[in-house]
Design a protein around this ligand. Sequence first.
Ligand SMILES: [Zn+2]
Length: 103
Amino acid sequence: MRSYRAQRKKIARERIARLLDLAEQRALQGDLDLATRYVELARKLGMKYLVRIPRHFKRRFCKHCYTYLQPGNNCTVRLTRRHLAIHCHACGAITRIPYGGQP
Ligand SMILES: [Zn+2]
């Protein structure tokens, strides 16, 4: 039988997935404020139940202010020789994600 904690985590994971889905839908409809709110709620759930935000979603919001990001709308994505740089227009922070590495 699964433990109570495992069950709660499973429910939390489902709720997070649902919230991030909704965030994406709202963003596509042009409501970035609501999308950002859903991201915040998903994060809070993740912290409370020790569940990670799915990997593919990590680049969809600003790491500094948690604004939902839409490239070409509220953020700029650039490649440098070493990094993928995401410039958030809401808070001005630049998130750098390294890629490649030593050959
Ligand atoms: Zn930001």
